[in-house]
Write a protein that binds this ligand. Sequence first.
Ligand SMILES: *Cc1c(COP(=O)(O)O)cnc(C)c1O
Length: 375
Amino acid sequence: MPSIAFLDLKAQFATIREDVMAAITKVMESQVFILGDEVRLLEEEAATALGAKHAVSCASGSDALALAMMAAGIGPGDEVITTPFTFVATAGSIARSGAKPVFVDINSLSLNINVREIEAAITEHTKAILPVHLFGLPAELQPILDLARERRLVVIEDAAQAIAPRYDDRGFGTAGKFGSFSFFPSKNIGGAGDGGLVTTADSSLAERLRLLRVHGSRNKYHHEILGTNSRLDALQAAILRVKLRYLDRWTRERQSRAARYRELFEDMGLTKTVQLPPVPEPHFRHVYNQFSIRCRQRDRLRDFLRRSGISTEIYYPIPLHLQPAFAYLGYSAGQFPQAEKASLEVLALPIYPELQESHQVSIVRAIADFFATSN
Ligand SMILES: *Cc1c(COP(=O)(O)O)cnc(C)c1O
């Protein structure tokens, strides 16, 4: 019986061990742990890789969103429109700013925010739209940007699952006013702990972000604005600089694993039984932080795979409008049917550059076995 991990960070580490250890040693020998050259260089290199004018690092992807909110001046009395089918941090960052998260349903195929529903949710209090590039598939940004320009709203892209080398004209997280990224270990570029990054094309906003992450202080003990402590550790920056060099290669490897899954599902006659992630249009890239299939028998399939030694995950089992933490917003079950349906049907399969082809075959064969025996 195979034992297939959902994510195998040890296998990744084995391929870059020497460079990572050298980077750690360099920081330890410098004893410079807060900001400094490693952080500055990571920001420069990330900006170049992502095609962003400015990149400002911070302590986590959650903080990246929160800092973008603060820099945009979003706070109590304001509303921010977002998707309920995402990680909690997306709407959590809105709530932490004092503003009110306003949910709209998702598109049933892309699982990203349904652009057609955004306009009806705009009120005189709306300040921003916060689309998420879920699983690494870009949200439909152009109509969102057009709507935002027309209604004078800020667009903050939650690109936590969508860090990618620059492509076409625009990378993920560079079209809106802010792009927000995470270096959580399971993201496409993950640190040895928490970390995050905000991109922006606006140099005064970049400057503001740099102030906000150090308690609003340019000169020691002079505080121009209220901020917080949210810096990326120099140790993390040094490790991330090593990993960033693999961004292009690892992205391509994720994409080729996804393509192989599609072939296998096709070969085993499963494409009518399970729904595969949408194939993005040519000008859009999917960077497959997750490869999530959908089927109505999701929970039984997941059990079957677990018993077959195959680990899977569910992103996300409960949409945010039904989470106790957001009960105060007053939403109820049935309000966002597409998000609710997706939460019952999605199942993320292992996908990472080190995933072996033989494992992919075992995974899809096990799924075929499940449907052959249990239906
Ligand atoms: C991971 C993630 C975040 C937050 O990142 P952390 O670094 O874990 O704080 C935000 N939004 C989405 C969609 C994420 O997947």
